[in-house]
Design a protein around this ligand. Structure first.
Ligand code: IMP
Ligand code: MG
Length: 184
């Protein structure tokens, strides 16, 4: 844990503890960036990020990718602001990029049940990309209700509600530099 992590933790009584420190996140993101850079060499891939949770990860990840690439954003919603998945997935904003025949890499913040991702992959696959892979910072393997193939994984985490580094609780806490667990 860094001094900043500790200070932010001390300041907010609703955060129980730090699950993944900012230093550990940065180290892992750098490794993922290197892996992705060595796997993609030809045509620039399109990194597709799902708003809003994945923006922090996306912003850090692309600065660790050394090969040419593009980024684009989509917005889907499966949560209604609480801590439980509703299973309802709605497309709120679509890509601007035509991904037909492109190498597409989905950049996600977290795979929980996998419902959002499964829906997203279906939509993107229908547009006939040349390849479609998944990079997620966090994975709650015990929470999956769908079969999910992860190509690039940051961390496996327990089935607990986490906040920070883009992830919110009722739209708050996205700014935390670490992944934390809320008091239950
Ligand atoms: P899934 O469809 O159940 O896999 O849920 C995916 C989405 O739910 C993520 O992209 C997040 O926005 C949200 N989510 C799932 N688990 C958490 C969590 O622990 N903290 C904050 N948001 C979460
Ligand atoms: Mg959310």
């Amino acid at each position: 844990m860094t001094f900043d992590d500790q200070e932010l933790l001390d300041r907010d009584p609703l955060i129980e503890r730090v699950l993944i420190s900012s230093a550990d996140i940065q180290r892992r993101v750098a490794e993922l960036g290197r892996e992705i850079s060595s796997d993609y060499g030809g045509d620039p891939p399109v990194l597709v990020s799902v708003l809003k949770g994945a923006i922090v990860f996306m912003a850090d990840l692309i600065r660790r990718i050394s090969v040419p690439h593009e980024i684009d954003f989509m917005s889907v919603s499966s949560y209604q602001g609480g801590t439980q998945s509703t299973g309802v997935v709605k497309i709120l904003m679509d890509l601007k990029t035509n991904i037909t025949d492109r190498d597409v890499l989905i950049v996600e913040d977290i795979i929980d049940t996998g419902a959002t991702l499964t829906y997203l992959e279906e939509i993107l696959q229908a547009r006939k990309p040349r390849s479609l892979r998944l990079c997620t910072l966090l994975n709650k393997a015990d929470a999956h209700t769908e079969d999910i193939a992860i190509d690039y994984l940051g961390f496996d985490i327990p089935n607990e509600f986490v906040i920070g580094y883009g992830l919110d609780y009722a739209e708050q806490y996205r700014n935390l530099p670490f992944i934390g667990i809320m008091k239950g």
